[in-house]
Design a protein around this ligand. Structure first.
Ligand code: AKG
Ligand code: FE2
Length: 314
């Protein structure tokens, strides 16, 4: 067995009800989050708050969505790159994805649902919204812990108020080969924090901070937490962003979804002065996430080893 198949992500248990800042349980988990992020930039969070029937129903809802004709799926557009329909790309032919912006808010989900089903689809919008709303509570807990770890409590309200949620649903067609193929090439997400959930077809790989790749094998209860470039930049490099990819084989379809917290348009990401000193010189100039995302789609952004450094590195 090679080392890749034996390594596992740290598992952190968020199933205790009423986890609150200032409690012993909270501080215990916060310590585990800090250690996991320093070593792996990623962890597997156990979370029960989303009822099992919603966790199951979400994959049915995704299948229903991806089964729609292409001309309907391509109605999924956004002002932001990567937030709308993606698919039919010659470099990643097995991959397709649809973005639901502000998926935690009922009216926003209903409006987007009606672009796919003009007659409405209440079951679909309820499943998507309820899943996203409850998962956003895990995202908020984790981001609050991260800010506490770096003694940035005074920024918590501003940080939460300045971010929105995108739920991106992904479909990877099985390549029908035993040889593993690239589902999604290795990358760092550009947003703040991403929480991934998937069906029983595994394929996600995460690079640990020492360079080792880990095959992620999550369960129905587990949500994979990764760090994006915007959080890495805002923390002046204190946390690395997660380098990850999807590799697939066989004939089964892989469905996954990611709840992406991202800075709202017009909000300027600026490193807090508390994180800059002689030992930690400023790494990134202030930037707007939407502009950064647009840069990432340009030829210069695509060919850069680190689009973040090229875009706003000091
Ligand atoms: O499908 C997955 O598990 C990962 C997807 C991903 O990395 C992304 O959408 O940025
Ligand atoms: Fe990603």
């Amino acid at each position: 067995m090679d080392s890749q198949t034996t390594l596992k992500l740290p598992v952190i248990d968020f199933t205790k009800p009423d986890l609150k800042p200032g409690t012993v349980e909270w501080d215990l988990l916060k310590g585990q989050v800090e250690q996991a992020l320093q070593e792996y930039s990623c962890f597997d969070a156990l979370f029960h708050k989303i009822p099992l029937e919603i966790r199951d129903a979400i994959f049915g809802a995704m299948e229903e969505l991806f089964d729609l004709p292409l001309q309907i799926k391509t109605r999924n557009v956004s002002e932001l790159p990567y937030h709308g329909y993606l698919g039919q790309h010659p470099l990643v032919p097995l991959f397709e994805s649809i973005g639901i912006e502000h998926a935690n808010i009922v009216e926003k989900v209903e409006a987007q649902t009606s672009t796919f089903w003009p007659e409405g689809n209440t079951r679909f919008s309820k499943t998507i919204q309820s899943f996203s709303k409850q998962l956003s509570e895990l995202d908020e807990m984790i981001r609050t812990m991260i800010l506490e770890i770096f003694h940035l409590e005074k920024y918590i309200d501003e940080h939460m108020d300045s971010t929105g949620y995108l739920l991106r649903v992904m479909k990877y067609k099985g390549p029908k080969t035993t040889e593993t193929q690239v589902g999604l090439k290795a990358h760092r997400d550009k947003n703040v924090v991403t929480i991934l959930y998937q069906n029983e077809v595994h394929g996600l790989g995460v690079q640990r901070n020492d360079g080792e790749w880990i095959d992620v094998k999550p369960s129905k209860d587990s949500f994979i937490v990764t760090i994006g470039e915007s959080l890495h930049a805002w923390l002046n490099g204190r946390l690395k962003s997660t380098y990850h990819r999807v590799m697939i084989s066989g004939d089964k379809t892989r469905y996954s979804l990611g709840l992406f917290s991202f800075p709202k348009g017009g909000y300027i990401i600026k490193v807090p002065e508390e994180l800059v000193d002689e030992a930690h010189p400023l790494l990134y100039k202030p930037f707007d996430y939407a502009e950064f995302l647009k840069f990432c789609c340009t030829e210069d952004g695509q060919k850069a080893h680190s689009s973040l450094k090229v875009y706003c590195g000091v």
